[in-house]
Design a protein around this ligand. Structure first.
Ligand SMILES: Cc1ncc(COP(=O)(O)O)c(C=O)c1O
Length: 386
């Protein structure tokens, strides 16, 4: 793959450096075309629609969308009938959290590094149903995958009902030993709900291999689908214990993924555009794509380490353990407020990074379209801070 040419498939101006894919990815030109063409066709032909049961291509939300679910299942190692299309990871996490029956005193284990979309559903349930959330403290930075396992293991009690942890954390990009965590929970008869918002298009994902009971993902970050695309995987046995947060006509369907996908009228153009984004992902090949992300992250971290003046001014919050880091690198300057760094990088250098706040720092996302020369430019500009 010629990655220079790849970059040209995105409407990113040549003189801008975009390093905030961890928030939202840039959409490729071909994906935007597919979105617009589809929207135009739907509007132009809407009068042709007789509204028969098998003829619902003008709306989504009432059809199983088997083609897309099959494709996502094949790409991410899951049975398609256990996949529901969602808007984003937050939606899927909420569907599981609010769909289970809870008793006062039931315990949920999380870390103290959750994104609000993964943390707040449990806060609601604490107030509404009296559940207890155990937040496991994780040091910054983390040096050892075993430390994650040991700390989380010590939080289990006889009342633990669910383990809800990220596969990759939001602030630091820590890649959790998720397969081991799921096995640990399963051995204790505890449900696992994995927050995979940062995962598709970032690291290789095989949900079957991980062994999670539920896995919620966003497709609009590292996979570059337009905003509003995600999926939720729920193992059939668990799906049968989950009440609908949103229900409509197929709420009793035997296809459990479709059953949990009852979301009313939605926009088919968004799904056509997701299909176009998956075309690019498959054309590049998921392994090459994810290797590229990891290679760029390692390149950035190495370039910082090779620049002694810069190293002296900052510290890494992201783990440097090779298994615990990928395309996200979070750093902090010892003496300089992060907001002034972020503002300077954009105002004077057209480099977009993100301040993800205390205690995480300045987050740099190196995605499949990021170029080595862009990382070099960032290093030069960071080195100029006094
Ligand atoms: C780990 C993690 N979980 C959940 C979310 C929420 O994602 P979304 O807004 O796409 O639902 C994010 C977003 O950055 C995240 O990083």
């Amino acid at each position: 793959m010629n990655w220079r040419t790849f970059r040209k498939r995105f409407p990113l101006p040549d003189d801008e450096i975009f390093l905030n894919t961890g928030t939202l990815g840039c959409t490729a030109n071909s994906v935007i075309e597919r979105l617009c063409q589809s929207q135009r066709k739907l509007a132009a032909t809407i009068a042709h629609w007789e509204y028969l049961n098998d003829d619902r291509e003008w709306i989504t939300g009432y059809t199983p969308e088997n083609n897309l679910r099959n494709r996502l299942g094949r790409l991410f190692g899951a049975n398609p009938s256990e996949i529901s299309l969602t808007q984003n990871a937050t939606m899927g996490i909420n569907f599981v959290a609010h769909g289970l029956d809870w008793k006062p005193g039931d315990e949920v284990i999380q870390t103290d590094q959750e994104h609000p979309g993964a943390r707040c559903p449990w806060e609601v349930l604490t107030e509404r149903n009296g559940i207890v959330v155990k937040r496991v403290h994780l040091p910054i930075p983390l040096d050892d995958p075993a430390e994650i396992l040991n700390r989380i293991e010590s939080a289990f009690t006889s009342r633990t009902k669910l383990l809800a942890v990220p596969h990759i954390t939001s602030g630091l990009g820590t890649v959790f030993p998720i397969k081991e965590l799921c096995a640990m929970a399963r051995a204790k008869d505890v449900i696992t709900l994995v927050d995979g918002a940062q995962v598709p298009g970032h690291i290789m994902l095989n949900i079957g291999d991980i062994g999670a009971d539920a896995y919620s993902a966003s497709l609009h970050k590292w996979l570059f689908a337009p905003a509003g695309n995600g999926f939720l995987y729920v193992d059939k046995a668990l799906a049968n214990r989950i009440w609908h947060t949103q229900s409509s006509e197929a709420w009793k369907d035997t296809d459990t993924g479709f059953r949990l996908q009852q979301r009313g009228t939605g926009n088919p153009s968004l799904l056509h555009a997701l299909d176009a984004a998956l075309d690019i992902f498959e054309e590049v090949n998921p392994e090459n794509w994810c290797l590229r992300v990891k290679t760029l992250g390692d390149f950035l971290r190495r370039r910082i380490l090779e620049t002694p003046d810069l190293c002296a001014k900052l510290r890494f919050n992201t783990s440097m353990h090779p298994e615990l880091c990928a395309g996200i690198t979070s750093i902090e300057f010892v003496d300089i407020p992060l907001q002034s760094v972020v503002r300077h990088l954009w105002d004077n250098c057209k480099i977009r990074v993100r301040d993800v706040g205390e205690p995480y720092g300045l987050r740099i996302s190196t995605a499949a379209y990021t170029q080595e020369y862009e990382i070099d430019e960032l290093i030069t500009k960071l080195g100029e801070f006094k």
